[in-house]
Write a protein that binds this ligand. Sequence first.
Ligand SMILES: [Zn+2]
Length: 611
Amino acid sequence: MRKQIILAVACLLCLGSGWAQSKKQTNMGAPHGETDFVVNWKRYYNYDEWTQIMKDLQKKYPNLCSIESIGKSRMGRDQYVLTITAKNTGKDTEKPAVWVDGAIHGNEVNGITCSLYLAWYLLTRYDYDERVYEALNRSTVYILPGLNVDANDSYVRYPNTENNPREPFRPLDDDKDGLYDDDMTEDVDGDGELSVMYAEDPEGEYRLSKDGMRFVRIDKTDWWEGTRFRRIGNEGYDNDGDGKMAEDDLGGIDPNRNFPFDFTKVDGKSYPLSEPETRNVWMFMKDHKNILVDFNYHNIGKLIMYMMPPKATKPAQRRYNMNRTAEKPDKYAFKWDTPVDPEYAHDKAVQERIVSDGLFILKDYTPEEGHAYGETLASTYYMLGAYSYLIELWNSPTSYADTNNDGYVDDDEFARWVELDLGGDGWVKPHQVEHPQLGKIWIGGTSKKHIGRTPPGRYIEDEAARQCMFVLHCINQLPQVKFTTHTVRQVAPNLYQVEVNVTNDKIYPTASDRSVLLNRYTPDKITATLSSGTLVEPGKSEKPEEETGWFRANYIKPATAAGKEVTFRMQGQSTETFRYTIATSNPKGTTLRLSLNSANGGKDEVTIKLQ
Ligand SMILES: [Zn+2]
């Protein structure tokens, strides 16, 4: 009978930490859930399609996933966010969280795929993969695959240049004729691509290249007897009758200059959060204090852009380097050579460590400091205290096509890549077209849409899979605070001291330095209950000693004198020691029960007997 009760209790405890992982897969050559919900990752999806995938994922994994609209775009499209966490281990808002959004710039739609892939990876693998299981049991991931939904949908659905549409659909009079967005680019030859128009002209400055693939400028010293061409401009019609083609395209202001921190009229136009798309995101993030980390996907350039604290204003502190063992060279190790004030030292260290790990995971990426001027990542760090990263995906085909290793892809290298890697598909070959306004013209000589800024379909999954591992690493490094070891010693007759260690093995603290300075965090708390005797409340003299010598500063963190309740902020990869002083004449019968409650680092409990 007793055995049965113990078993039942053990089972309940199991459930408390998540559903049992029913399909755990340790064979690396076997499926890990990807066949349970099949998605084709070799293509792009329009708004209806990608939001349908989100809804279907939610239906398939209701215990792990919720879907909600955080608001509507200017054109009335819902901005759907997936909230992913194991629901039976606690509410999403009561766990530390990572926010991921993609494609704030309408044309940067590989950010949609990367975000969507992350959601799919986490949900399909939960039952199979121990790391994902652990991640979703104790943390939350909020995913908004396409932020700039109107422009995102247009970019995927219609013929576009690789750069357009980029902004939210706020009408803007680019050509100052009093009419808004009234001369857009259009697909004149109906091939599904937007290229460039040329006209034959004896005075023209261009000719066709030898292979007939490009229009090349004729050098002034060149003797050229063949056909000459004049460049007209982007493919389209003169809809406003001003003699210019496609010069007042869709969209208005840069959404990534529309956030409140360090907003400028020059870059942001209008006013902070003037766009519904950015305002909805900001309100959601502001209301979710559990978001400790955020990612924004952009293109291009293969960059990890990170937000750092402000540069030091105080004289640099004297530093002691106690690490005497020679470090192994690490080509991915990242150090930010800018001193910061001591109250920001931890944020700097955390960012250096995470960016180094990211560089390792993503391999051919470069670190770059984030900007301010109303960019998302500056606002989320400086105003919300979240560790922020902007990922510039893809870098045209440099990694694939650069044959002479000069870091640049010239026309010949590009043509070879299109021919050999892409089987010839990727280029709009110059061809003659009858234009209703211009008569006989030529169109072509450019790459197709999904080639320079967004990868061709066949490359999507490679990129998404690596990005997914970087975010998963950050999820796994969200804080986890636990009691570890403790000691009890008698310091005088009837007087005992208990020292207990609290550890966070993860890289992220329970709140960033910035959050502490903003006072936008819930302090970690330990509450003590004593079965008998008296807990000596710490007096002024029992405050932690000043960190004096180098040895103490580097090796021994002084214990913090604690009483019934002590509050603190737990740093990443650190241990804090708390000292309890107990007066009792009955040590045998005295126990000290400590409850740890960290809003972002979880809960723990320990019961300590004095003897
Ligand atoms: Zn961008």
